[in-house]
Design a binder for this molecule. Structure first.
Ligand code: HEC
Length: 170
């Protein structure tokens, strides 16, 4: 074997080696990046305190918005009061007293506007269904109206339990 040829072989061999190492490395990093991403997703599904739906962030104002309280109350009386009391007493669904202290505002609004998916996939909603044994029906409430209902719930919490919005600190 002449010198030129053996140098060539060494070069090719090391290139192949490098490529193999590179391939191996890529595969490894792929598997290490997919594993935590997947488990994060699964974790999210177990208990996302914001629930599931289009409501990702709610801006709460203080003092509360009087006009939203008024329209929230009207919607409550029309569409919710048959199943929900304003005290902590359960009728068909849970009483609303303290609801903003136990659930994040996003969760509440997603529960109102996306109830079917919430009952299928959100563990907190599923637990409520197990307790209440009745599926809350989709009431066709818009996100804007759900925001007004939330404001009415905040006001109700101040009146009934003396505090509101505590779930956002949990
Ligand atoms: C036919 C009865 C019924 C009506 C009407 C109804 N709900 Fe419900 N709601 C339920 C039940 C039952 C649950 C518990 C989850 C389940 O079993 O589906 C629930 C749960 C909830 C929860 C979660 C409460 C908690 O303690 O976490 C919220 C918030 C809620 N409903 C809001 C509303 C709003 C707002 C309306 C009116 C627009 C409404 N519901 C109308 C039956 C009803």
């Amino acid at each position: 074997m002449n010198k030129k040829k053996s140098i060539f072989i060494v070069t090719v061999a090391s290139m192949v080696g490098l490529m193999a190492a590179c391939g191996g490395k890529t595969d490894q990093s792929k598997s290490t990046t997919t594993t935590p991403a997947k488990s994060m997703l699964e974790e999210k599904k177990v208990a996302d305190p914001k629930g599931i739906g289009e409501v990702k962030n709610v801006n709460l104002t203080d003092p509360m918005e009087e006009s939203m309280i008024v329209s929230g109350k009207a919607i409550y009386e029309m569409k919710c009061s048959a199943c929900h009391k304003l005290t902590d007493q359960r009728v068909v669904g849970p009483g609303w007293a303290g609801v903003t202290n136990r659930r994040r505002p996003e969760w509440i609004m997603n529960m109102i506007t996306n109830v079917d998916v919430m009952l299928e996939e959100d563990p907190t909603a599923q637990k409520l269904l197990e307790e209440c044994l009745t599926r809350m029906p989709n009431q066709g409430v818009t996100v804007g109206d759900a925001r007004s209902i939330l404001e009415f719930m905040r006001k109700n919490d101040v009146e009934k339990v003396g505090s509101k919005d505590e779930a956002i600190n949990q």
